[in-house]
Design a protein around this ligand. Sequence first.
Ligand code: XIL
Length: 358
Amino acid sequence: MVIVLLKLSTAFTQAQNSLQQAYKNKFLIGTALNAPQILEKDSMAMPLIKNEFGAITPENCMKCENIHPAWDTYNFELADKLVTFGNKNNLLVNGHTLIWHSQLAPFVKQIQSKDSLSLFMNNHIQTIASRYDGKIFSWDVVNEALEEDGSLRKSIFLEKLGPDYITESFRLAAKWAPHTELYYNDYNIEQPKKRAGAIALIKSIQAKGLRIDGVGIQGHWRVEKIPLQEIEESILAYSALGLKVMFTELDITVLPNPWDKDAADVNQKATYNALMNPYPNGLPDSVQQKLTNSYAALFKLFVKYSDKISRITFWGVHDKQSWLNGWPIAGRTNYPLVFDRNGKPKPAYYKIIALAKE
Ligand code: XIL
């Protein structure tokens, strides 16, 4: 009897202590996997990935430079492994990403003519989207197509194909991945001007009778500077368009910002100096507390609107893996996630679990 009760209480604690379990009636909780994790070589991360999450996004392996490195060459090895891993472990896979101006293979940047770029886009989407249709849950079809003022980003796609490349991407994705949800994904689209641009972009897709199922707000934010009001307005505005709302790349930097602006443009870099890396040997309790408070405020909002939100994905499993150790300044020590450098849950983790029950 005692043993049964003990077993039951252990099972109960475990269930409560899993992010995915705690939020299972609200929204999916996901994470981003890097190459060692997809290859199951990050032993610290493996139990966390399997127990804590319900969805995965590849951090890099489905981006053009990796999956389509040359005109006639595709490299599906890691992407296939990710998809098999997800299906085996009951983790919904979000494909990231089909059309994006960053991390393009060099051959794409050298394309000169409109016809060649259009052919690239057709081949790229057909080949990749059809391969994974029915095996993955969703695609970030277009990533980061907007400038901060809400106008279309001056990318190779806009320059050579004109603004219709966005609707064309969604048309091709719907054709070749009819069983896969299709999303627009971007950073700062909670901010009013960029949000207005995103709404116009989404409406232009819908006006052509094309399918778009959701919008991903990346969510690369700064500690104590979470734009809560703008996030709340955005959840309401995007869901009013009939879309699922997701937070797709959540992390909260605790390090100083080298610029006066907030952005997540992977091409922007700044140079290292020690002042920019204040916590190389551990996070002071006072900053840990601020991080916990920022996560708490955010998740309170997510819980409030859980009927409109379908997924919250952290951009990485643990702090050691985070891209924010290397961007926008290489060689820093950052603490943006809810599992620390040893894979241990941080105070923010326990706070997030507790909020699910309130
Ligand atoms: C980042 C990855 O985390 C890094 O490993 C890579 O070097 C650069 O890209 N917005 C996105 C993500 O949509 O794909 C980016 O991921 C982070 C910003």
